[in-house]
Ligand binder design. Structure first.
Ligand SMILES: CC(C)(COP(=O)(O)OP(=O)(O)OC[C@H]1O[C@@H](n2cnc3c(N)ncnc32)[C@H](O)[C@@H]1OP(=O)(O)O)[C@@H](O)C(=O)NCCC(=O)NCCS
Length: 94
């Protein structure tokens, strides 16, 4: 989060660019996925995250289930991120 008094000054954009540089340039991840609060979709959309059309599977208390609390968004890594399909995180959502 950016502190309320410091918003709209590019801090979140800079932090997310640094994260992307680490994940893609250093770690060579294929793509990134996150679960995003509905009211932040427009913000992440500006930073090249796209809505993922389907509902990923996660593990909650040892049980595999669809994660329906928040929509999933994806961003390209060294590969194009899928727009839809079956994604199984095989672990917790965060
Ligand atoms: C969303 C948030 C991280 C943005 O931080 P920020 O430092 O103000 O963002 P930036 O200044 O880097 O903004 C980058 C761009 O996004 C835009 N933007 C900022 N907040 C936005 C919002 N809520 N919706 C849409 N666009 C937004 C900016 O105008 C800017 O656009 P531009 O490059 O075209 O000028 C910040 O408002 C925040 O922390 N909100 C609370 C988040 C929260 O509650 N998280 C907990 C649940 S995940």
């Amino acid at each position: 989060m950016t502190a309320p008094g410091s918003r709209e000054r590019g801090f979140a954009r800079a932090a997310l660019a640094a994260m992307r540089s680490y994940l893609v340039d250093d770690q060579q991840v294929a793509f990134s996925l996150m679960f995003c609060a509905n009211n932040l979709r427009a913000f992440y959309g500006k930073l090249d995250w796209r809505l993922f059309a389907d509902t990923p599977l996660v593990v909650h208390r040892g049980v595999a289930m669809e994660f329906t609390l928040n929509p999933a968004m994806v961003q390209d890594g060294i590969c194009l991120a899928p727009a839809a399909g079956r994604l199984d995180l095989r672990g917790p959502p965060w």
